[in-house]
Design a protein around this ligand. Structure first.
Ligand code: ARG
Length: 254
């Protein structure tokens, strides 16, 4: 799959002078700003350099490409409850089991569940969008990943806003986007300008928005993109509404 976490993307020359990207105020995710403590309390950092979201008090939802395989796995540490990864008050819990989406390598579905050694108390979970109604509008993406392509992982959580991009527009960007799975993936970003995006190390973290009752719900999982924040290369996210039932069923079994 395109530009996985450990691949080095081809060098890019700076984008041609164009209108400044909508919210490129320096650094970010790419093009975002720092999140405040408690703003997105369900954000999780996974020790292998990915993000995640707390799905139940003992299960983290992340990307399939962030984990190896389904089975017993005590190698992962989840860090919860902080924006500063070096905050001594962070909750750190080991994994016991990983469930990797069985369709990721075929029809798409870049999601995985990490079971924690014990439930975490007092940390809110992020509910999933269970229908496609919220697959539109403006989304927030957050993570500790690179703030520029080929940049560095961050100590403090960052966030950015990205608009929905329809499948046809996303696919028509060509290159790796030719392989888009329209039902399994949802795109977001400023197609013409670039400038705001998730990037390496944000994978597995949530793409989210407010529902009609003004509560946060998860609509995507950071999956891939060609480079980061390039024009004509939107961010691609796992389409959570497509997999919400499978995720719930898997979570019941692990
Ligand atoms: N695969 C990347 C990761 O593991 C995420 C890349 C997201 N890229 C993007 N341009 N939106 O962190």
């Amino acid at each position: 799959m395109a530009t996985p976490r450990h691949a080095s993307p081809p060098p890019v020359s700076p984008p041609p002078a164009a209108a400044p990207p909508p919210s490129a105020n320096g650094t970010a995710v790419v093009g975002g700003s720092r999140a405040s403590q408690g703003e997105f309390p369900w954000m999780v950092r996974i020790s292998d350099g990915c993000g995640g979201a707390l799905y139940t008090e003992q299960i983290v939802l992340t990307a399939a490409h962030c984990v190896d395989r389904t089975g017993k796995d005590t190698s992962i540490t989840a860090t919860l409850g902080v924006v500063d990864l070096q905050d001594s008050s962070a909750t750190k819990v080991r994994s016991t089991y990983v469930y990797r989406s069985p369709t990721h390598d075929t029809t798409g579905g870049d999601w995985a569940l990490i079971k924690l050694a014990h439930p975490v108390r007092g940390i809110p979970t992020l509910p999933l969008a269970t229908a496609a109604d919220y697959n539109e509008g403006k989304f927030t993406v957050a993570g500790w990943g690179d703030t520029v392509e080929d940049g560095n992982q961050q100590r403090y959580l960052r966030k950015a806003e990205v608009p929905f991009v329809d499948d046809q527009t996303c696919r028509s960007q060509g290159g790796e986007y030719d392989g888009l799975h329209p039902d399994a993936e949802i795109c977001a970003g400023y197609v013409d300008e670039g400038g705001v995006d998730a990037c390496q190390g944000d994978s597995g973290g949530p793409l989210f928005r407010r529902d009609d009752a003004d509560r946060w719900i998860q609509v995507g999982i950071t999956s891939w993109g060609t480079g980061c924040a390039r024009p004509h290369a939107p961010g691609v996210y796992t389409e959570v509404s497509t997999f919400a039932a499978d995720i719930a069923a898997a979570a019941k079994k692990i």
